[in-house]
Design a protein around this ligand. Sequence first.
Ligand SMILES: C[S@@+](CC[C@H](N)C(=O)[O-])C[C@H]1O[C@@H](n2cnc3c(N)ncnc32)[C@H](O)[C@@H]1O
Length: 354
Amino acid sequence: MTTLRYAQCWEDADVLVDALAVRPGGTYVAIASAGDNALAMLAAGPARVIALDREPAQLAALALRVAAYRTLAHQELLALVGSRAHDDRLALYARCRAVLDEDARTYWDARQDAVRAGIGSAGRFERYLALFRTVVLPLIHSRGTVRELLDCDDAERARFYDERWDTLRWRLTFRAFFARPTMSALGRDPRFFAHADGPVSQRLLGRIARSLRDGDAGANPYVRWILTGGHGDVLPLALRPESFDAIRANLDRLDVRRCSLEEFVDTYAGDPVDGWNLSDVFEYMDDAAYASLLARIAANSAPRARLAYWNMLVPRRRPDALASFLAEREDVAAPLRARDRVPFYGDFVVEEAR
Ligand SMILES: C[S@@+](CC[C@H](N)C(=O)[O-])C[C@H]1O[C@@H](n2cnc3c(N)ncnc32)[C@H](O)[C@@H]1O
């Protein structure tokens, strides 16, 4: 099976669900990735969420999460993911295994160490973040300093960041670790940078600085995981207690497909789609392929269907040639972009089918 690149969705689920205005009865499409954001969309009670990915390992990650919602209690789900400490995750896995399909069972049976560590750490990208947390970060800041940052209140955070956190060593080490060659070798497929211009690390440093200095890092589940390797009491949408029962009740409305988005839009014959969670897939293709795919997505959309997607390093916004099919919804995107808690992205885009 292919490499699991992402064991968690590093895209803010609250921003996504608000952007798509997910509503009961609607039909939605989500890039599956590790599955958490497709599951977060289910909590709102749509008729169907079609979760697709071209990588079988990503679908194995989604399948194990689905099995966990079916068979575990909420606190056990958190333990299996790794949000909480637990000393026998294999026992939790054994209960999920009973309802897993054969592909997912084969995948996870061969990765018992990953299960023991918490399945949310199992991706190549999460291992890269773990290397940062366990090897690089301790060279820069003590655990006490990390704790102080997470505990800062609004009045003291910017000063703490400027005076204690933002040292020359922080800036230089961060930039070396998150430079394009290091990330390509250890964390992110080099092909993902094919359409990105210019140095990467300075842009990422600016983004993480905004999250740590201007946002509440302690209340941010994504930053908490990067800095501590767990969520504490601050959870992404799909893992919150109030989402758990709703997701579990709606699991039969999840339709999982192994295919590319391109294959999907070219063969789909179901109800027009009311909303599209497109992750940042457009970064991985050139301008012409992006415009063509966007047009095919619009052709499969219900009137006023929303499209939501992120741009990390490559600017992507619907070309003028598609203005008669898709309207920009900057009025929706701008406040959500300001709320986005994942510190990697340069842009968040919402468009609407006419
Ligand atoms: C686009 S990646 C992005 C993850 C994260 N935002 C990042 O860039 O670090 C998320 C998922 O999209 C899937 N993916 C990428 N391009 C795709 C495509 N054209 N069709 C279907 N899935 C795709 C990948 O397999 C992966 O599981």
